[in-house]
Design a protein around this ligand. Structure first.
Ligand code: FMN
Length: 312
């Protein structure tokens, strides 16, 4: 299985298939349905400094080939995460990448420090294939009203990433929003600030309307679009950033088949996250990891890295 191993800066994963934040709960919810050992990693739901009740319902709506969500970062706060969820997550046979969102830059750093305090001591090459292995900064949640979108401004993104690197020994991944005119300078800023990788992308802001009632369907009015509908959009952003930025990219957006995975790798992603597809098939991540060796063989490749960014 060694040819599936991927290295994202300081983060080593046994394979490039991760479950995306917000679509896999805190993993407990998936117990019995998923063989965790098959996954490259799990990114649990974003946690915030203080508990949040999230947005008013309805919070999700199905759309053609996708869904809109406006959960609003409903979570019990970082202290609960560290006391209750993290000990369980650390027992799983796969890498755990914690995901945090601050309302302010200071909150980001306080949480990064708290998560970092739970990091294992460096074990050298190969560490990270299980246990708490990395920290993803959710710079990009579109559903937090009044919240600052940290990934719309390169300077802010740079400061948050640099600060997190200072206070947290774990590999740092910056998760970016697609809801910007040009994502490249923001990815570049994250790279300059020392991010080990960037995750591209979070959801695309959209809305759904019940015209008979003349009302928006989501309680939050707008929400984030995800699922197969966004795959071509995410693919384009990965391709664009891969040509401009040197750090590894984790592709996210509409991935549900092995063909989707391969398209993202060839476009320039070194790993991928699976989000919405977990809702219609909780076994999808494990299956994609199993299918990967054969897909690599079809390209005559002996490792994942050999196909990354090989678009002609
Ligand atoms: C219901 C739902 C909740 C989500 N919650 C989070 C979250 O808490 N933090 C985060 O970084 N991304 C969150 N996301 C975004 C996903 O991680 C992913 O970036 C996005 O859905 C695109 O991938 P997909 O098309 O495979 O779902 C959420 C997505 C969905 C559908």
């Amino acid at each position: 299985m060694n040819r599936l191993v991927v290295t994202l800066g300081r983060l080593h994963l046994k394979n490039p298939i991760l479950a995306a934040s917000g679509t896999f709960g805190y993993a407990r919810e998936m117990e019995g349905k998923v063989d965790f050992a098959k996954l490259g990693g799990i990114i649990p739901k974003t946690v915030t400094k203080r508990p949040r009740i999230g947005n008013p319902p309805p919070r999700t709506v199905e759309t053609p080939s996708g869904m809109l969500n406006a959960i609003g970062l409903d979570n019990d706060g970082i202290d609960h995460f560290i006391a209750h969820h993290l000990p369980y997550l650390k027992t799983l046979p796969t890498a755990i990448v914690a995901n945090i969102a601050g309302k302010t830059e200071d909150e980001f750093l306080e949480m990064a420090e708290q998560i970092g305090a739970n990091a294992p001591l460096p074990e050298g090459e190969g560490s990270g294939v299980r246990g708490l292995a990395g920290l993803e900064l959710n710079l990009s949640c579109p559903n937090v009203s009044g919240g600052v979108d940290f990934a719309t401004d390169p300077d802010v993104a740079r400061r948050v990433v640099a600060g997190a690197r200072r206070v947290c020994p774990l590999p740092i991944i910056a998760k970016l929003t697609p809801n910007v005119t040009n994502i490249v300078p923001i990815a570049q800023a994250a790279a300059d600030a020392g991010a080990d990788a960037v995750s591209l992308v979070n959801t695309f802001i959209g809305m759904a309307i019940d015209w008979k009632k003349r009302r928006p369907i989501l309680g939050n009015v707008t929400g984030g679009l995800s699922g197969p509908a966004i795959k071509p959009l995410a693919l384009r952003l990965v391709y664009q950033v891969a040509r401009a930025v040197k750090i590894p990219i984790i592709g996210v957006g509409g991935i549900s088949t092995i063909d989707d995975v391969m398209e993202f790798l060839v476009a320039g992603a070194s790993a991928v996250q699976i989000g919405t597809a977990n809702f219609f098939d909780p076994t999808v991540c494990g299956r994609l990891a199993e299918q990967l060796p054969q897909a690599l063989e079809q390209l005559g490749a002996t490792s994942v890295q050999e196909v990354v960014g090989q678009l002609k």
